[in-house]
Design a protein around this ligand. Sequence first.
Ligand code: XMP
Length: 318
Amino acid sequence: NWTPNAFINENIEKIRKQVGNQKVLLGLSGGVDSSVTAVLLYKTIGNQLLPIFVDTGLMRYKEAERVKQTFSAYPDLNIRYVDASKTFISKLKGITDPETKRKIIGNTFIEVFEKIAGEYEEVHFLAQGTLYPDVIESATFTGMTAKIKSHHNVGGLPEKMNLALIEPLRELFKDEVREVGTLLGLPESIIQRHPFPGPGLAVRIIGEVNAEKVRLLQLADEIFISELQKNGLYNTTWQAFAVLLPIRTVGVMGDERSYDQVCALRAVDSIDGMTANFTQLPMWFLQKVANRICNEVKGISRVVYDISSKPPATIEWE
Ligand code: XMP
């Protein structure tokens, strides 16, 4: 019988044995998984843990500021904030293939971490909040054949890496991680957060990524998410986000013809992300969000709602 309590106790032992008195780098994104990993590790090894927040420039609207704000309640964690957005965006220049994007982002993450690791003595470990579904869908272990996507937490990492991985949540599903996090005392605002993919907005901008597209998508996504929150719908859907499409369509703005981009909204009901149904959001709500996006985000003039389920469509568009 799985209980969060037993899980925490067992893992504290395991991690202590594995790590000894060495230092452990941790990629903290501010999401549920990495935040729970951080607090669990801190409880276990204290300041041997070095949590690093890497701003990839591919994160949600004002994410770095928000993470700083949330974790100001945890000053002992000593989080280091690194802005690597220019590096990530420039490495993605000209890249349109989804798997290539994931590989580039995974590699860049490791480059950033190895550089930071080099500044400390005795860092041999990198901790990540990888979950069981990430492992399965990346199918990196024997017995699995079809690879769906190389989730950068798992299959997207370079084979040659100087840091050994510590992934205490590797056998858990999201709902179990939320239970562990609650027991560890993390706030609701983190526990109830929707999942967000490691490669971030790069896999929600179909086609080539650049800073301007990231900016447009952040604005549209923020309108969608904040309206879900305002209308009491955020916690009733498993995950929701906007996607920026690489096409333009014709519209009218006042008396003029416009030729602007299209944004798709996606919201799904799911238990573990392995299968999903699109969320039946009320029409009045979708209309309100679509109106706001078209009125407030210059450059987007059409909004569509994705009504596909998984399978066959994955949750993310790439
Ligand atoms: P898909 O698109 O595979 O998504 O149906 C299932 C869940 O996994 C998230 N996802 C990722 N998470 N790295 C991650 O850490 C990734 O590369 C990645 N791709 C998808 C997705 O947001 C959804 O919750």
